[in-house]
Design a protein around this ligand. Structure first.
Ligand SMILES: [Zn+2]
Length: 278
């Protein structure tokens, strides 16, 4: 399948142990409230050299992301009390698509996710002691009860359901006008991934499916998912949207699709692949 996006794991190599201090040559991704700052020069970038006067003292908020072409990249959380850096403009991660190289778009998503991880794991959830970085992997350790805390990663499924020349798309209650998407949802405890695919289709559209086949995945850092993409065939039942989450479920003919999401998304890759397979 032709997934056009690039991913952070393509561009960043993690090297452990982490340096004790923020290296002088580090490149910083400045994060605030789920978005990042962007320097709009001839080549817009989210990577801010530490040597700029942006951050005299980034403090303990710097979170190691990985090395890119031998340069260590860090995310720093500006949500607290540091002044706004001069010359930078703020953008939500999804607004960066097309503005910065695709590699940086992926790194921005990772930076936001890791910043949120840092912010929500400062203390051990079991005993309340302040945590410390493991240093040897992306994890934190509680010095008191030795609990290891990894970034939370919530698996979610998305499925393209085919029925002859048509594809199933649904409209969420809060979706923008005219906007349809593929069926998606989180995997629940006790389920296999396949259970989750069957259940989500039954819950959201009221039908059963067969021939589930895994296609591709993507990190979905809003805030901490990994999205697993499937195709499946219609098996039985009448479309019956749940009316709670989903207000409408429609079979769209291959030649009459609704407006589709951007190029770089897994949804788009699944749909493009299905259309190309005509
Ligand atoms: Zn503890």
């Amino acid at each position: 399948m032709d997934h056009k996006a690039r991913f952070a794991a393509d561009s960043l190599e993690k090297q452990y142990p982490e340096p004790d201090r923020l290296p002088k040559d580090a490149c910083l991704v400045v994060v605030r409230n789920g978005g990042v700052y962007l320097r709009k020069e001839s080549t817009p970038t989210i990577g801010e050299r530490r040597s700029s006067d942006l951050l005299k003292e980034p403090g303990k908020n710097a979170q190691y992301l990985g090395h890119r072409r031998a340069v260590p990249w860090y995310a720093i959380d500006l949500s607290d009390d540091l002044p706004l850096p001069e010359g930078l403009v703020y953008a939500g991660v999804r607004e960066l698509a097309g503005l910065v190289p695709d590699e940086e778009l992926a790194i921005a998503g990772l930076a936001v996710q890791i910043t949120e991880y840092h912010r929500t794991t400062r203390f051990c959830g079991r005993c309340g002691t302040a945590t410390v970085p493991a240093g040897t992997e992306r994890a934190k350790v509680c010095p008191s009860c030795h609990r290891v805390i990894y970034p939370r990663l919530s698996p979610a499924v998305i499925v393209l359901v085919r029925n002859n020349n048509a594809v199933l798309m649904v409209r969420g209650k809060r979706a923008a006008p005219g906007r349809y998407s593929l069926i998606a949802g989180f995997v629940e405890p006790g389920e296999t991934i396949e259970h989750a695919v069957h259940r989500e289709v039954l819950e959201e559209a009221g039908i059963t499916i067969k021939n589930i086949r895994y296609c591709a995945s993507e990190p979905w850092p809003f805030p901490d998912s990994v999205m697993l993409g499937f195709v499946a065939d219609y098996d039985g039942g009448e479309l019956a949207p749940d009316g709670v989450e989903i207000e409408s479920a429609v079979w769209f003919d291959r030649d009459h699709l609704p407006p589709l999401p951007p190029n770089l998304s897994l949804t788009r890759a699944l749909i493009d692949d299905w259309v190309a397979g005509a």
